[in-house]
Design a protein around this ligand. Structure first.
Ligand SMILES: Cc1ncc(COP(=O)(O)O)c(C=O)c1O
Length: 449
């Protein structure tokens, strides 16, 4: 099919309000790349140019593009019954089957699932649920959430406050109260000026300090992504999560694992927490749950949390119209079937090792401070000066140049002044990884700063 790219661009510029975008500059620019087709790890634009989808959409098209099986599952459910609520004592078959499947694949003890439409809705659900858990058991003051710098948990009012990236707060008024942050386990730029191997994991023990400073009877939960994604693919050391788990347990603070990116094979295990052998109390999931073919999220509840919430005389007054939407859940079931049938979690571990090995070659390149990753999520951190680790100044437009140069060469990624992230579909092949790495090498060689 032929597309009139210029007409599409002009209509976009005139009518679509794009998020995470400088609106003033955007409407004065050339307009977006319009993607019209996808197959595996490759997407095609309206002029027929192909790109490796190095970020799998937004870290979410885990099984890759162009899966007609999902289309069939969706059509089948639309034809059966297109919508059934999951309140009013009503239920639908796909959401029941999906919840039962999630109980099998999530860590032991997580057996109940609440469905939502996206990661922010899932985390808002988690925040309200931990408050509810404490409140119905008489601990009404336990309302605070402890999060981390450089965390990303979504952009709704509470999740925006939990997100530890200040650019997301600007011009949106005062952040929601009762949310505090501790440093990230970011060894490359340790908040304590220490070196991993010669430290006491201050970033983890900071949680205990924060609980004590806030007053332990006021803290409801700690939230963290097993590997911080949008903050720059920050992979914590092996000791980190067990220490955090222990502190949460000792203080009666619930542990929410935000597995929105790390779930469904992204890091080479089904869920990110498996690398650290810890069990969260609540678990937020989205993105890879449907590989983005439909908008779905879920919050998993450990039995002790659900039992605490299920108190006589109290109703959990929290429902989204589209919680457990049958069509969306049908897509998720088919997606998980494909992940398992094609061993994509294992493939993510194998291809992830290869990707991270190849990215390590970049450490000798100009402007590369560090490369890091786990499974098929990885980042290259950039520095203007390798010795001082100084960052680029905005006027140098490092990230914008890198984006342009890599896109010209057929690679989509998330490139900024501080890092470039890769998180490709789990079906990506070695040659495609080679091509992506070669593209980044070529771009870094020709960049002007
Ligand atoms: C770890 C994490 N949590 C939550 C979210 C928010 O998800 P959504 O954009 O679907 O609201 C994201 C989105 O990228 C995420 O990466």
């Amino acid at each position: 099919m032929d597309y009139d790219t210029e007409q599409l661009r002009q209509a976009d510029l005139a009518h679509v309000l794009h998020g995470n975008t400088n609106l003033y500059d955007y409407v004065r620019g050339a307009g977006p790349i319009v993607l019209v087709k996808g197959n595996g790890a490759v997407v095609t634009d309206s002029d027929g140019k192909e790109y490796i989808d190095g970020l799998a959409g937004l870290w979410n098209v885990n099984i890759g593009h162009g899966r007609t099986e999902i289309a069939d599952a969706v059509a089948q459910q639309v034809n059966a019954v297109g919508y059934v609520p999951t309140m009013l004592n009503l239920a639908n078959v796909p959401s029941i089957n999906l919840a039962a499947k999630l109980a099998q694949i999530t860590p032991e003890g997580i057996n109940r699932f609440y469905f939502a439409c996206g990661g922010a809705e899932a985390n808002e659900t988690a925040f309200k649920s931990v408050r509810y858990f404490h409140s119905v058991q008489g601990r009404k003051d336990r309302v605070k959430i402890i999060s981390r710098h450089m965390a990303y948990h979504g952009v709704a009012v509470n999740t925006m406050a939990a997100t530890g990236l200040p650019q997301f707060w600007q011009n949106f008024g005062p952040p929601a109260p009762y949310i505090v942050h501790i440093p990230a386990p970011y060894c490359y730029r340790c908040a304590y000026g220490k070196t991993y191997g010669q430290c006491e994991l201050d970033c983890a023990t900071a949680l205990e300090g924060a609980i004590q400073a806030e007053g332990e009877d006021s803290v409801a939960a700690f939230i963290g992504e097993p590997v911080q994604g949008a903050g720059g693919v920050i992979v914590p050391p092996k000791e980190y999560w067990p220490i955090v788990r222990d502190i949460c347990s000792r203080y009666g603070v619930l542990l929410i694992a935000d597995e929105v990116i790390t779930g469904f094979g992204r890091t080479g295990t089904y869920f990110g927490v498996e690398h650290w052998h810890i069990k969260p109390d609540l678990m937020s999931m989205a993105k890879g749950i449907t590989s983005a073919y439909q908008p779905l999220a879920a919050v998993g509840f450990a039995d002790k949390v659900f039992d605490g919430m299920a108190q006589p005389g109290a109703a959990y007054m929290h429902n989204y119209t589209y919680s457990g939407h049958p069509v969306v859940c049908a897509a998720a079931l088919k997606n998980i079937e494909i992940l398992e049938r094609e061993n994509l979690v294992q493939r993510s571990a194998e291809m992830g090792r290869y990707l991270n090995e190849r990215l390590a070659e970049l450490r000798d390149y100009p402007f590369v401070g560090e490369t890091r990753g786990l499974g098929l999520i990885a980042a290259i951190e950039f520095v203007a000066d390798k010795k001082t680790k100084a960052k680029f100044q905005p006027q140098q437009k490092f990230g914008a140049q890198l984006t342009k140069l890599t896109r010209e060469r057929g690679l989509l990624s998330r490139a900024g002044d501080e890092y470039l992230a890769l998180s490709p579909p789990l079906v990506i092949g070695k040659e495609q990884i080679d091509s992506a790495v070669d593209t980044i090498k070529a771009a870094l060689t020709s960049i002007q700063v």
